[in-house]
Design a protein around this ligand. Sequence first.
Ligand SMILES: [Zn+2]
Length: 542
Amino acid sequence: MSVLSKEYNACIYARLSRDDGDKLESDSIINQKALIRDFISKHPEIHVVSEKTDDGYSGVNFDRPAFQEMMEDIRSGKINCVVVKDLSRFGRNYIEAGNYIERVFPFMGVRFIAINDSYDSLDRNQSDSLIIPFKNLINDAYCKDISVKIRSQLEIKRKKGQFIGAFAVYGYLKDPEDHNKLIPDTYASEVVRAIYKWKLEGMSQGRIAEKLNLQGVLCPMEYKLSMGIKVQTNFKVRKQALWSPRSVTRILTNEIYTGALIQGKTSTPNYKVKKIVAKDEAEWIRVEDAHEAIIDRRTFDDVQRILQKDIRSAPDEEVVYPFSGYLKCGDCGQNMVRKTYTAGDKRYTYYICSTRKAGKGCSTHQITGDELQDAVLQGIRSRVDSVIEMEELLKIIESLPETQRNVFNYDAQIVKLKEDIERNRSFKMKLYENLQEGMIGQEEYFLFKKSYEAKIQSAEAAIRAVEQERQQAIEHNRESYAWIDVFKKYQNITSIERKTIVELIEEVIVHEDKKISIRFRYGDQYTKLAELLGNYSDMAAE
Ligand SMILES: [Zn+2]
């Protein structure tokens, strides 16, 4: 197993900015790309899968669209190699650049090549030589302006000593400009994202911790220390703390990563009592979007649901199987249990009712792993198909003029209310005639008049409310159909992973005859939309 035999899917990255004083001739995007292509042509193990160009973006920060797209491709596993002409094309902020090259890329298994600096991360002997190209970067004559920035970056780094015990949660740093604000830590936030991704893919917290330790990723505490006393690398006597299932769980359950800041979870009753008591959830102070999110809300919620399911299924198991916690017996409603047996050199999986297994009644409800996979796959496919069909219908409806849109039900309601008003108005008029004709007295007249007026008023208010609702329905339709996209992602599904189950399914009920029924997520929304669309097809038929 030679390292060189590995294949690399590479992204060619080019950047140009007049503000940086780039030498336009030699640094032109075309020249950069030509140089890189020439280099790659001599490396058969590298395949170009994408080219990213930031034209007109300074190298001082990494907030460049093409660069960020490239990072997305790295996260999704599309590429595992980045090739640039030289380091200055990658970035001119050497602390940030170093962060990517020394920490982020190695962690994500990305090979990084800066051709003119003769740097290739694959070449292990070179890891120290990285200093040299970085120096070149600083010494660049036209970089005066940038060196000022670097100095202030160094100051920031010095200040990072304060993070020890300052409780900036792993994944974030305190904003050097505003100590009450958190900003994502480039390196640690990638680790956080990876932890969530692995969890969604079905790994247990124990396995995640193991993987991180194997990859040499420092646990939050060690990482904090490394930021503070980075210079004193000689003091390596102390035994390093490692990632544990608990520290992984802490990260998986911390809502702070969604951008929400929740404070005031605990308090001390008074100054004499040093005891810390947990406060009622209602008393917590929460601020949404207090800082940049590292994990989007949906991913966070999905992970919380998985953690719940894990607790209900097999907390001690090494791997969390795709269906763990999702299978229910169709008769007794209890969990199904996973069993395996080996025949020849193959291992087979099947599931049976846990009540039956415990000898407490029920029947086996036995189904093999393969049968279950096939059935669930089929179920998902047909649901996805029908969701896509619904969306197409929806698009047609949305292209209709407003008057023909989903205002039908509302219209009927409004017509009825208007009739109510008319009726009460005519009653009211009749009432006056009745009074004049002497059929009713003054007292009765005022009493009835008042009641008719009240009815008219409440009907008018109801019309306003319905109209408002109708307007909102039109405006929010699109937004409330975000769940459709969740299903659409699985249009070409061929196999079932834990992530798929978690995203799409509430539970799978296994019946005695190997039939299954699937309770999908967003069931209410699905039914509502089906009803709405049903109304339309009714209307069309009329
Ligand atoms: Zn059962």
